[in-house]
Design a protein around this ligand. Structure first.
Ligand code: GLU
Length: 505
C-alpha cells in the first residue's frame, strides 16, 4: 500500500501572513487534496523573540477566509499533536540528546563576544567567519573537551548552544521536485545551532523532528528555504530517518520583476500584500488586506494559483475544486512569478459577475443604508443585475447606479455643453408632454413610443436621447436610458427633466 500523502503549512507567527505564505498553504492544500492526503497546520513558534501577538489567529482566519481548511492543527487535533511547537519542548530535548549521544551534535560554549571577535577578524581578512568543519577543532566546544571538562562546564551552568556536526568531505545529492537534482559539498556548510540554552530548539531541529513525527511525506515551501535543504537532509540522515520529498516554490516578485514582493510594496504601490487587514500591535500601523478592500476569496485563490503554476492550457479561471483536480507539483515553475495587480482586478471583475445576485444586493443594501437610502430588495436586485458588469467591487456599484436611487444634483459640465443646446429645453418640454400621455411605463413600451416620436419629429436620436440621459443621470454614463426611466417611474423622470430645464437653460 502506498503511504498516505501528508503535507503541512508551517508558518511562524511573527506577523501577518504575506500572500506568498497563503500561496504556500494553497499549494500544500491542493497537493494533499489531489492525492486524498492530509493537510496539517503547524505553528512554528520556537523563536520567542519574534513572537507577535495575534499573528496565529490572523493566520487561521486568513486560511479560513480563503477556504483552505486543514485536517489537523492547533484547534483540530489529530494523532500527531500538539501542533504548536512551543507545546512540544520536551520532545525536542529527547531528540537533540540522541544526536549528542551518536556524536552528530555537540555543545558549544563560545560567547557572543568571542564569536563577534572572530567575525571581525575574518572580515579584516576579507573572508566570512563560519562555524563548521574547518575550524570547529579550534573553538570553544565539547569536541575539544574531555568528558570531565564538559560535565564541569555543564554543572557550572555555563551558557551553551548545541550545534549540528556537519560531515566532512561529503557530496550530498539532493532532489527537489520542482528543480531536479542539486549537488552540495558539505565542506561549504556550517554547523548550525539546533538547540539554545533557553531550552528551545531552533527552527531547523524542531522542523525536522516534527516533520518526521507528523509523518510528512512532502515538504512544499518557499524558495527561501532552499539553502537550508542540505542541512535538513543531513539531519534526517543523522537520525537515520527517511527523507521526505521536497518542493521549493518560486519567489513572488514585484510587478516590475525586480526583487521579491515585500511587505512594504503593497501600500507603496497601492495594492494589498496581505489577505486580511493587519494592525501592528506595537506601532498601531495598518496594512491593507484583500478582504477589507472588497476582494472575494475566489479572486485571491485564482490569482495565487497562477503565480507560479498553470495547467498547461490557456485556461485562466480556476476555483478551488478545479484546482484540486488540475494541480501538479511538476507544473510549478522554477523561476520567480511576477505579481500583477491588474490581473488580480481582472479576476475580481470575473468573480463579481459570478456571485449570487442576492448576496451582492444585500451587500449593496448595507452600503445604501449607510447613506440612509432604503430601497426595495427586488428593485435593488434589478439595479445590481443591470450594472454589475460595469463593476469589479460592490463599492463601485454606487458610482454606476446612484441615479436609480436619487436625482442628480448637478450636471457634468462637459456633457452638458455637448448635449444641451439652445433649443433643447423646448424639446424636453415636448418630450414631457409625450411621456405624460403614456399609460404604460415599461422599458420596451417607453422605448418604442419615444423612438417613434423622435422619428415623427424628424429629429436625430442624439438630439433627444443625450439630454434625456443627462437629465436622468447627470452625466453621459449608465445603462440603457429606458431601463433607468422605467425603473424610476414616470413622475420621477418628468421631475428630473424639469430640474434639468431649470438648471441648464
Ligand atoms: N516556519 C517556517 C516559515 O515560517 C517554515 C519553513 C518550512 O516550511 O519548512 O516559513
Amino acid at each position: 500500500m502506498d503511504t498516505k500523502v501528508r503535507v503541512r503549512f508551517a508558518p511562524s507567527p511573527t506577523g501577518p501572513l504575506h500572500i506568498g505564505g497563503v500561496r504556500t498553504a494553497l499549494y500544500n492544500y491542493l497537493f494533499a487534496k489531489k492525492h486524498n492526503g492530509d493537510f496539517l497546520l503547524r505553528i512554528e513558534d520556537t523563536d520567542q523573540t519574534r513572537f507577535v501577538e495575534g499573528a496565529e489567529d490572523y493566520i487561521k482566519e486568513s486560511l479560513e477566509w480563503c477556504g483552505i481548511s486543514y485536517d489537523e492543527g492547533p484547534e483540530k487535533p489529530g494523532d500527531c499533536g500538539p501542533y504548536r511547537q512551543s507545546e512540544r519542548k520536551a520532545i525536542y530535548v529527547d531528540y537533540v540528546d540522541k544526536l549528542l549521544e551518536t556524536g552528530r551534535a555537540y555543545y558549544a560554549f563560545d560567547t557572543e563576544e568571542e564569536l563577534d571577535a572572530k567575525r571581525k577578524e575574518a572580515e579584516k581578512e576579507g573572508t566570512k567567519f563560519s562555524y563548521g568543519p574547518k575550524n570547529r577543532d579550534t573553538l570553544n566546544n565539547s569536541l575539544n573537551l574531555t568528558s570531565i571538562q564538559l560535565n564541569e562546564k555543564l554543572s557550572n551552568g555555563e551558557d551553551y548552544v548545541i550545534r549540528f556536526k556537519t560531515k566532512t568531505s561529503k557530496t550530498l545529492e539532493l532532489y527537489d521536485e520542482i528543480r531536479g537534482f542539486i549537488e552540495v559539498d558539505t565542506e561549504v556548510l556550517d554547523d548550525k545551532i539546533l538547540f539554545k540554552s533557553d531550552g528551545m530548539p531552533t527552527y531547523h531541529l524542531a522542523n525536522i523532528v516534527d516533520d518526521h513525527l507528523m509523518k510528512i511525506t512532502h515538504v512544499i515551501r518557499g524558495e527561501e528555504w532552499l539553502p537550508s535543504l542540505p542541512l535538513h537532509v543531513s539531519i534526517y540522515e543523522a537520525f537515520g530517518w527517511e527523507v521526505p520529498k521536497f518542493a521549493h516554490l518560486p519567489l513572488i516578485l514585484k510587478p516590475s520583476g525586480k526583487g521579491k514582493l515585500s511587505k512594504r510594496d503593497g501600500d507603496q504601490l497601492g495594492f494589498p500584500v496581505f489577505p486580511l487587514e493587519w494592525k501592528d500591535p506595537k506601532t498601531g500601523s495598518l496594512s491593507s488586506g484583500y478582504r477589507e478592500e472588497g476582494y472575494f476569496p475566489e479572486t485571491l485563490i485564482n490569482m495565487l494559483a497562477l503565480l507560479g503554476w498553470n495547467d498547461g492550457t490557456d485556461q485562466e479561471f480556476f476555483n478551488l475544486e478545479t484546482l484540486v483536480q488540475k494541480f501538479e507539483l511538476t507544473r510549478v515553475h522554477k523561476s520567480g512569478a511576477k505579481f500583477d495587480p491588474e490581473k488580480t482586478e481582472w479576476f475580481q471583475h470575473h468573480y463579481l459577475q459570478e456571485q449570487p445576485l442576492e448576496q451582492l444586493s444585500s451587500e449593496y443594501l448595507n452600503f445604501l443604508a449607510e447613506k440612509e437610502i432604503y430601497p426595495d430588495k427586488a428593485y435593488t436586485e434589478v439595479v445590481v443585475k443591470t450594472i454589475r458588469e460595469r463593476a469589479s467591487f460592490v463599492s463601485q456599484f454606487w458610482d454606476a447606479s446612484y441615479f436609480y436611487f436619487e436625482a442628480p444634483k448637478h450636471f457634468d459640465e462637459k456633457s452638458a455643453k455637448k448635449a444641451w443646446k439652445k433649443d433643447t429645453a423646448e424639446w424636453m418640454r415636448a418630450l414631457i408632454g409625450k411621456l405624460e400621455s403614456l399609460e404604460d411605463f415599461s422599458q420596451t413600451f417607453v422605448q418604442t413610443e419615444v423612438k417613434d416620436w423622435i422619428q415623427t419629429q424628424g429629429l436625430g436620436f442624439g438630439k433627444i436621447m443625450q439630454p434625456l440621459r443627462l437629465a436622468l443621470v447627470g452625466a453621459m454614463q449608465g445603462p440603457d436610458v429606458f431601463h433607468i426611466a422605467s425603473s424610476i417611474g414616470k413622475e420621477e423622470v418628468i421631475s428630473r427633466l424639469n430640474f434639468a430645464i431649470e438648471t441648464l437653460s
